[in-house]
Design a protein around this ligand. Structure first.
Ligand SMILES: Nc1ncnc2c1ncn2[C@@H]1O[C@H](COP(=O)(O)OP(=O)(O)OP(=O)(O)O)[C@@H](O)[C@H]1O
Ligand SMILES: [Mg+2]
Length: 498
């Protein structure tokens, strides 16, 4: 086709012990959004890294406007008009937003000095274009995950790109920001930009894409026009079998025994007068927009941040003092910021999985390798962690599979109370179900669960009760079996869009 601007032809990429891509072909047309899907570990990110020069392929060719190209690094691909928003953020926490955006490509004045004013102007312009309310002078470490994601997008837009690769750009965003990002994508398209878009959020694909290509086990399964989008077919192409899309509704295992009680908790500047409880056997959700205070609340409960007023009690014992104390009180916190809290990337998968349960697994204090292996292999099987063995470093796993290792780590502990902040973010359709079932089983065993999720169907599937947050307050408590997505949204936004 004449309007094809990019072609990947028979790309093969091998890592030690893993054939990540095998003869993968893919093309991109002018002005199109081409969606790329596949299970965790299917090879999506690897393919994009081959395109942008992060990896060199073992075999295969890349054609840009009909001419064969090969990029040795991302700078070269940028110079040729290809930008990428990586799945893992590449921001430096101690630098400001604007410093991060211009790192390595600072704007300079006539004297050769960094032109801060021009950089800030440019940064503001792009953040405005993204409708992101972020001050360019903020340090990245003070941003939430959603805001970091938007900064990554802004950074990619700085390169005057003709092709933008977005590797799960919406993973950390909630409905509102996703809509905004889609508007941005439409604007970009109008300006002649083509986009390769990777996502596990099946509901959004049709809204954003023109065509969709499915990868499975490092091979192309097929490409379809969005006009004939059939979700069942796509999922079947992804996982190679029929998947029961009907989610299993949590059975009501709630009891009257209060496990977590929060009374009049306030954190200056972010939370005011929060009271809530979670009972044994219950899954309670915190719904709300990004920035409504959900993660701040979880952090205050776990003792990551200090509270200014109020009380946190776990099984009627004073709590929320420090993370270490919380772990000792048999609490677990699966944070949304997994890079910062959660994984030792350079250690083997099995060590990461058993790390938080050593006392319980090995009361004698001596790690029994056979048992450690068995535990890790069991989780590999249950969560379908794609890896030949559990001795590998977590670092070499795909994004979604790293996520599964964190979940395994905390599922392995014997906690009474667990906080799950966006538990299935970046997780593929098949594994999502498995994780939901595991959470259900935990509740059945009597664990009290507090879940934060921006995925409304997930909230509808799992919650016994829902607290809706807005502007640092709980504005409504809802019965999970009786509420609807529309009702939750209307409280989350304050009733101004419905
Ligand atoms: N640097 C590396 N070293 C070794 N193996 C790797 C490396 N990068 C990726 N892999 C392996 O290649 C395979 C494909 O990984 P990739 O990250 O492309 O998956 P993905 O489709 O992006 O998955 P996800 O949806 O989880 O992000 C996986 O088995 C992964 O473990
Ligand atoms: Mg990936």
């Amino acid at each position: 086709m004449s309007d094809v601007i990019l072609t990947l032809e028979n790309i093969t990429k091998e890592f030690p012990g893993v054939k990540a891509l095998e003869n993968v072909s893919f093309d991109l047309r002018k002005n199109e959004v081409h969606v790329l899907v596949g299970e965790n570990g299917a090879g999506k990110s690897t393919l994009m890294k081959v395109l942008t020069g992060v990896y060199q392929p073992n075999d295969g060719k890349i054609f840009l406007h009909g001419k064969e190209v090969r990029f040795l690094n991302t700078r070269q691909s940028q110079e040729n008009g290809i930008a990428i928003i990586f799945q893992e953020f590449n921001l430096i926490p101690n630098l400001t937003v604007v410093q991060n955006m211009f790192l390595g490509r600072e704007l300079r004045n006539k004297l050769g000095l960094i032109d801060m004013a021009a950089q800030v102007r440019e940064a503001k312009k792009l953040l405005d274009f993204l409708r992101a309310e972020i001050d360019p002078y903020t340090k990245v470490r003070d941003l939430g995950v959603a805001q970091q994601q938007l900064v990554e997008v802004a950074k990619a837009l700085l390169v005057d790109a003709e092709i933008i690769v977005m590797d799960e750009p919406t993973a950390a965003l909630s409905e509102r920001e996703i809509e905004t990002l889609f508007m941005t994508i439409k604007d970009l398209q109008k300006n002649g930009v083509s986009i390769i878009y990777i996502s596990h959020r099946m509901q959004e694909l049709r809204l954003v894409g023109d065509r969709i290509t499915v990868l499975r086990d490092g091979k192309t399964v097929g490409t379809r026009d969005m006009a004939h989008f059939d979700l069942d077919e796509i999922i079947k192409m992804m996982v190679g079998r029929d998947v029961n899309k009907e989610r299993v509704r949590k059975v009501n295992t709630s009891t009257d025994e209060v496990v977590l009680e929060v009374k009049n908790l306030s954190v200056n500047g972010s939370l005011s007068d929060i009271s809530l409880r979670v009972n044994r056997g219950e899954i309670v959700s915190l719904a709300g927009l990004v920035g409504s205070g959900r993660t701040e609340l979880a952090q205050a409960i776990f003792g990551v941040t200090k509270r200014d007023a109020g009380e946190v009690r776990i099984l009627d014992e004073q709590s929320g003092i420090s993370p270490v104390k919380s772990v000792n009180q048999k609490m677990a916190f699966i944070s949304e910021d997994r890079k910062r809290f959660g994984l030792a990337l350079n250690l083997p998968i099995k060590v990461n999985i058993t790390h938080a349960s050593l006392q319980q697994l090995f009361p004698s204090g001596i790690v029994n390798e056979k048992k450690e292996n068995a535990v890790a292999l069991d989780f590999r099987q249950r969560l379908n962690i794609v890896t030949p063995d559990v001795d590998r470093e977590v670092l070499v796993l795909s994004g979604g599979n790293q996520q599964k290792v964190i979940l395994a780590k905390w599922l392995c502990t014997n906690s009474n109370f667990m906080i799950f902040d966006e538990p299935t973010r970046g997780i593929d359709v098949g594994a999502k179900d498995e994780i939901h079932q595991l959470m259900n089983q935990l509740a059945e065993r009597g664990v009290a669960i507090l879940m934060i999720s921006s995925d409304l169907p997930e909230i509808m599937t799992l919650s016994d009760r829902v607290y809706v947050m807005r502007d640092g307050k709980i504005v409504q408590e809802l019965n999970g079996y009786q509420t609807s997505q529309e009702e939750i949204i209307s409280y989350a936004v304050g009733g101004d869009i419905l």
